[in-house]
Ligand binder design. Sequence first.
Ligand SMILES: [Zn+2]
Length: 140
Amino acid sequence: MSHHCKALILHCIDFRFHESIKNWLKEKGLTNNCDIVSLAGASKGLITPKNPAEPEIILRQIEISSNLHKISQVILMNHTDCGAYGGRDAFVTSEDEHSQHVGDMQKAKKLILKKFPELEVKIILAKINPLEQINFEKVE
Ligand SMILES: [Zn+2]
């Protein structure tokens, strides 16, 4: 029996984002149409992992998703004020924080495309403000 879906999303474990991510997935037509990998720091696990096993774990999930569910897309979703990065206080300015996340996701994208050139990789930054309001930025 085969069952296919469109995408795999890699996002952080942070509970503050769950409802917003669920809504975002719904808006994109991805509810019940994507595999979900949730790891602290999301793309950080591929670029500067705390545990050296993390890159292999993430790439393995993509491989399984690709083989089993025939995904065509990987969505990398980091978020601001991420504990795995030391939170927003770890950065001097919000621009620094933004470019750290974007840079890590772009490196992660390259790494994924090297192993899975047939997949499309999208980069999304989930931004949370001090009032805990969340919005999503699509990075080109
Ligand atoms: Zn996080």
